[in-house]
Every structure is written in structure tokens, then in C-alpha cells.
Design a protein around this ligand. Structure first.
Ligand code: ADP
Length: 171
């Protein structure tokens, strides 16, 4: 009998970008059941509230029927066990991601040897894309329309209504 595999794609998603969506789509094509799980770290400040990050991710991923958006706080491996999930999904952009991701994967394996970390390489078009770059570019008046879903663009406009300072408003 085939065992169904549940995967979790954790991250801040502050906000979700087309790079994240690309990884979620590729993972959803492999795993039966997936959670895109938004991390709430009380020691970190975020640009968007967990509710806003959740709403943007849910809308952006609504075309994937086996993907559910969730959020969690605390250790990822504890959440994984609670969700009965076996696989952690992470995206890799460049070598610069690798060192951090490698360390995290080994640490998680030490904490929970039964859980596997699965890496998916980004699309070349998204290799430079990060949530922090989106926030910065938007605030300085640059165009982000083609690298974030429409719901994120809308939320960025609401979150930063006065940007760019003194410049023309985003269309
Ligand atoms: P974190 O705070 O954990 O870095 P992020 O939401 O920024 O959370 O990223 C979550 C995951 O998505 C990470 O594995 C990250 O490498 C990956 N990721 C972020 N941006 C991209 C992108 N443009 N292409 C592919 N993967 C990405």
C-alpha cells in the first residue's frame, strides 16, 4: 500500500513572492499533501502581520488543491511531528543560501532523524528574488509587479501608502 507523504514548506513569507510560489508548485507536484507554514518568531519583527502573510499566501496558492497554508511558532521539528509530516521543503537560490540551509538541515536531522529535508532549486528568473528585496524595491518606487502575485502588490500598496516618498504613486 502506498504511504501518503506530507511535506511542510516553512518560511517567513514576508511577503510571499513568485520565487516561493514556484517552489510550492514544484513540491505540490511531488508530494500528496503540503503545508506552506508561516513561521511566527516572537524575537523577530515582520513587515506584515501573520494574518496578512497568511491571507496573501492563501490567495497566491489557491490554485494548488493539495496545499494548505498554516502558521506555527516554536521549533520546526516539533510542528512537523504534530502535523505528522515527514519532509521539509526548502528552496535554494544560490551558493549563498547553501551554507545556512545545510546547517539548518543538519540541525533538524539531529533533532528529528526521521524527518528529511528536500531542496528544490529555484528558476533562474527568481534567483535574485527575496522578500526583503521586494520590500526595499517597492518602498523606493521600483516595479515589483512582475515578481509578486497581484494580492501581494495590493497589500504592499496598503502597507506603504506614502511610497515612494515624494515620488509618483505605484500604478
Ligand atoms: P526564511 O525566513 O526561512 O528565509 P523565506 O520566506 O525568506 O523564509 O524563505 C523560505 C524558503 O524559501 C527558503 O528555503 C528560501 O531559500 C526559499 N526562497 C526564498 N526566496 C526564493 C526564491 N526566489 N526562489 C526559491 N526559493 C526561495
Amino acid at each position: 500500500m502506498k504511504r501518503s507523504v506530507r511535506a511542510v514548506y516553512p518560511g517567513s513569507f514576508d511577503p510571499i513572492t513568485n520565487g516561493h510560489i514556484y517552489i510550492a508548485e514544484r513540491a505540490a507536484a511531488i508530494f500528496d499533501d503540503m503545508r506552506v507554514s508561516i513561521l511566527v518568531n516572537p524575537n523577530k519583527t515582520y513587515t506584515f502581520s501573520v494574518e496578512a502573510r497568511h491571507a496573501m499566501a492563501s490567495e497566491a496558492l489557491s490554485h494548488l488543491s493539495n496545499v494548505m497554508v498554516d502558521h506555527f511558532t516554536g521549533l520546526l521539528v516539533d510542528y512537523m511531528r504534530q502535523q505528522e509530516a515527514q519532509v521539509i521543503i526548502r528552496g535554494l537560490r544560490a551558493m549563498s543560501d547553501f551554507e545556512y540551509e545545510f546547517q539548518m538541515a543538519l540541525m533538524n536531522r539531529r533533532l528529528a532523524p526521521e524527518i528529511e529535508t528536500f531542496f528544490i532549486i529555484t528558476d533562474a528568473n527568481y534567483s535574485y528574488l527575496s522578500s526583503s528585496a521586494i520590500r526595499d524595491i517597492f518602498q523606493f518606487g521600483g516595479s515589483v509587479k512582475d515578481v509578486v502575485p497581484h494580492c501581494v502588490f495590493r497589500c504592499l500598496r496598503e502597507r506603504f501608502p506614502a511610497h515612494p516618498p515624494g515620488g509618483k504613486p505605484h500604478e
